[in-house]
Design a protein around this ligand. Structure first.
Ligand SMILES: Cc1ncc(COP(=O)(O)O)c(C=O)c1O
Length: 467
């Protein structure tokens, strides 16, 4: 692109736009490298306006699952545009949404029988929270609290933030939020019990009985039980990101944790919401993370990968037990009064139908398994590096925790912003990844090649060597 035009675009961006999760003072005033202006994409690569290509190592913020410009998804979207791009879903319906609900119900566990559409991950969660709350209202039980985990991330709308446990994102809003219980996060690498820094705050006996393979006594899951045992009649629902607290830096749960969490919800009569917004659609190596531990929640939230990362769509899927409580005469006002202008957008549904077909026809998950094994091998070699404290991975989701001292697990001074610096410096090598604090995050799409995996991991190693 002509440099004059490019500089005009950059100036216009800086003058007029407020970017999400971005310190705009840095973006506008203190950004020595020019912002990347992406013009097009193909497969694993993004191309900027100067034609330079970059490996997309974060799947465009965790949404892309089959690479960019997949010809089948492109065609499905174009075909739908030729019919209708959008129509309301309040009082009308359409074929792509009907077809998609059937396809989804074939993928979801057998207890899930209804699909409610919306348009992003936060609203999928918001809807599950509201449905669960109203369910107990109709059952004439006075329940107002939720149970979540520290380090949980479920989106940025107020309900989703109320069950969010990432202080840097959520603390400013606390006084606006509804109240939730938070059990400790199963963050084994930084487990405070391991270091015996604080005493177990709740008096729970018998936690050795939990079937969780974490090489400790399972204090984190014991805390979940303690909260449920004491407060279950006040709790509307427990919410969890199954297997991986992704936004907190890929905190991968120990094997068995999710299963126990689900068992405890059942034992204490509390509804379970599994937020599969990040983990769903193959990212863990199976279609859904809950399949790894055979969990059947009352609600499943899906978004991100559902359309292959093309257009926004979300789903809150639930049981007939929940759905049936909302049935009645109109004047009883049991209707679920919640909907969005772009609910079940037909283009998005057409893209999602195409994604599910491709995953099946092209055996995407079967082919993914050897790539996951290759990634594991590469990460295991990398983990020996003196600047890496912990590498956590779950399928193609990876968190590489950078530390100053491997022995003491001491982190770098946060002012150094070391994670961001490493990720920024990877751009000159044609790799785009993002950090979460000092955790370098890889979020690979399902059709990534072994060569691309090597390129990303080897480039990170080169940068760490230079630290
Ligand atoms: C587990 C989880 N839930 C919800 C969300 C929110 O999704 P959205 O950004 O589409 O609102 C995210 C986003 O990263 C997520 O990781």
């Amino acid at each position: 692109m002509d440099n004059e035009i490019k500089q005009k675009l950059i100036k216009s961006d800086k003058d007029n736009i407020w970017h999400p999760y971005t310190q705009m003072a840095d973006w506008v005033n203190d950004n020595p490298s020019e912002p990347l202006i992406i013009e097009r994409a193909k497969g694993s690569y993004l191309y900027d306006v100067d034609g330079k290509k970059y490996l997309d190592g974060v799947s465009s913020l965790w949404v892309n699952i089959l690479g960019h410009r997949n010809p089948k998804i492109d065609r499905a979207i174009k075909r739908q545009i030729d019919k209708v791009s959008h129509t309301t879903f309040l009082g009308l319906t359409h074929e792509p949404a009907i077809e998609l609900a059937e396809k989804l119900l074939n993928i979801l566990p057998c207890n899930i029988e209804k699909i409610f559409y919306s348009d992003n991950g936060s609203t999928a969660v918001e809807i599950a929270l509201k449905m669960a709350y109203q369910y107990w209202l109709f059952k004439k039980e006075d329940r107002k609290m939720f149970l979540s985990l520290k380090n949980a991330y479920h989106g940025d709308t107020i309900g989703a933030v109320s069950v969010g446990g990432v202080d840097s994102f959520h603390a400013n809003f606390r006084s606006l939020l509804f109240r939730s219980y938070f059990a400790m996060s199963p963050y084994c690498y930084r487990c405070t019990y391991r270091k015996k820094e604080i005493k177990f705050p709740l008096n729970v006996n018998g936690f050795k009985d939990y079937n969780v393979q974490m090489g400790c006594q399972g204090e984190c899951i014991a805390q979940v039980e303690a909260i449920l045992k004491k407060n279950n009649k006040k709790i509307v629902a427990a919410i969890i990101e199954p297997l991986n607290q992704a936004s907190a830096g890929m905190i991968v749960m120990p094997k068995g944790y999710l299963r126990e969490y689900s068992n405890l919800c059942k034992r204490y009569g509390v509804l379970l919401i599994c937020d599969e917004v990040a983990t769903g659609f193959g990212r863990t190596g199976k279609m859904l993370a809950i399949e790894h531990e055979n969990v059947k929640p009352d609600f499943i939230c899906l978004s991100k990968g559902i359309t292959g990362g093309y257009v926004p769509l979300a789903v809150t899927a639930t049981t007939n037990e929940i759905y049936n409580t909302f049935l009645g005469k109109y004047e009883e006002l049991k209707t679920f009064f919640h909907g969005h202008s772009y609910t079940a957008n037909p283009i998005a549904c057409a893209a999602a139908n195409s994604v599910i077909d491709i995953m099946k026809q092209d055996k995407i998950l079967e082919k993914l398994q050897s790539k996951i094994r290759y990634l594991e091998k590469k990460l295991s070699e990398l983990s020996k590096h003196s600047k890496i404290g912990d590498i956590r991975h779950c399928g193609v989701m990876v968190g590489i925790e950078i530390i100053e001292n491997k022995e003491t697990r001491k982190s770098y001074d946060s002012k150094l912003n070391i994670g961001a610096k490493i990720c920024d410096s990877l751009r000159e090598h044609g790799v785009i990844i993002r950090n979460l604090g000092d955790v370098i995050v890889l979020f690979l799409h399902l059709t990534v090649t072994k060569r691309e995996i090597s390129k990303i991991v080897d480039t990170i190693k080169t940068k760490l060597d230079a630290l």
